[in-house]
Structure formats: C-alpha cells, structure tokens
Write a protein that binds this ligand. Sequence first.
Ligand code: ATP
Length: 286
Amino acid sequence: GGSWAEPVNVSGFEGWDSIGGRKSQIDALKECTLLPLLYPELYTALGVKPPQGVLLHGPPGCGKTLAARALAGSCHKAGLPVSFFACRGGDIQSKYVGEAEQRLCGLFEAAQRVAPSIIFFDELDGLAPSRSESGGEGGTAHQNAVVATLLALMDGLVGRGQVVVIGATNRPDLLDHALRRPGRFDRELSFGLPDASERLQILQLNVKLWPASSRDAGVGGASEDFLRKLAVEGTAGLSGADLRALCAEAAICSIRRSFPQIYTELTRLRVDPQSLQVTEQDIAVA
Ligand code: ATP
C-alpha cells in the first residue's frame, strides 16, 4: 500500500508553458522518456537499448521538479497513455528493515502493471546515498540493501521496457555510483542557474497577470524594456524560485502601498473555501 504505489492524478498539472527557458533540457527530457515509452520499436529496429533512467541535477529551485510535473501535465493534455508515479526518496525510507525494499518493489510492480509509466524519484539522494559514504564504513547494511534493490529493479526493467525512471537531486555527488552506470540513470540533464534570457522568460511568466499599467508605473519606460534590464543586470545568480519570490514580494509591496487598509480588511472578510465567494463580516457584531 501507500500512495506512492498509485498513479498520480495529473489532470490539474500544468504543461510546458509553465516553464520559462530550459528549452534544451525539456527537449532532452521528452526525447529520453517519451520516445522509449511510446515508440520502443524504434530502438529495437536500430538495435540499440532504449534509455531506462534519466537523472536531473542542479541547484535548488532551477526547475527539476517543475519539468517532471510539466512532462506529466503535457502527456495528459495530449492524451498520451502514460501513467505517472512519484515519490520523494525519503518517503520510501523506513526504519524497519526490509520495508523500503518492499515499497520499492510495490512501486515498480504497479508501474509495470499500468505501463507505459514514468516513475519520478524526487530527492533521489535521500533514497540512494552512496553506499560507501553513508553510515561510515561501507554504509549501513540497511542502506546497502535499499540501493541494491533499486539497482535490481532498474536492471529488471530491461527488455520488459515501458517504464522509465526519472530521478532528481541537487547532490549528484552523494548518489551511489552504481546508479549512474549504463542501464540505470544513463542520461543526465543539468538544470543549472538560468542565464539572462531564461531569467527574462521566467520574469515574463511571473508578471503575465499583472495589469500593463502597473507594469509600466514608475519605471519610466515600457515594462518589457524594464524586465529585460532587470533580467540582464539586476538578477544575475538568481534561480527560478528566487525570481518567483521576487515577483511575489513586488506584488505584495504594491498591494500594501495601493491598499493601506488591506490588512484591516482581511480581518473583516470571509472567503467560502468551496465557492470562493467573499463576504464582509462586521467584527464588532460577530
Ligand atoms: P529542489 O532541488 O529544491 O527540488 P527544483 O529544481 O526541483 O529544486 P522546482 O521545484 O522545479 O525546483 O522549482 C521551484 C519553483 O520555482 C517552481 O515551482 C517554480 O515556481 C519556480 N521555477 C523554477 N524554475 C522555473 C522556470 N524555469 N520557470 C518558471 N518557474 C520556475
């Protein structure tokens, strides 16, 4: 049991247009997941082994999880018959000997039952830390067994095919080396910090709902020019998550400035969680 052994309901997931930039990573991710799942005969015809696993790595907030979700969302929107399974490395771990292995087996069995499937392991380093580095001398026997099980399950996919594994980590150096050998996570996609043109695309995504007038206010020029300047000069070194936080903060500052009463108002307003209807309530009476 456990929710990781059920396909994820991806009907509400956004597609590729939720991502700013990351063009080459998106193309590579599509190629090494969708081609082998939907057209396995292409590989057979050419006598090559389809990729089995792809490792996404890079600093936090640079789009690894976002890309995996967009892959699922875009498949759903396109009506492709691909099932998604997702779990965080740490969720599979257990203090009981043998339980993590059982969970992994259950996950892979479920994925094979409804193939073609994609299994996404977020924070893979939490599941499969290097056997030699963790727990000192050779790693604990417990952790060794979990990593060995994952390796065996990935090896077992060969030939039966139709399940592709995506792993994400911001510490690829902590992963067990055996996982990065051919037949396991044999493709690696680097999600580094966005460059200036990607930062511009991410900023544009984040402000797309902002009214044009507020985008121009106080900047002394067209908002596009301002965003471009901000992308090139003012935001070097920021991740996608940082840029989103920056835009959210700007929006909050703007709201605070335009509506000094807003926090007082908040205490008077009630939102019905079902209908999202807002009603006013007089605190003094209530
Ligand atoms: P972590 O290692 O922290 O899991 P991650 O690379 O998986 O990092 P994401 O979860 O993909 O990070 O990104 C966090 C959030 O930052 C996203 O939900 C999104 O709002 C924003 N973000 C990151 N990269 C981009 C991008 N390229 N375009 C648009 N938004 C982005």
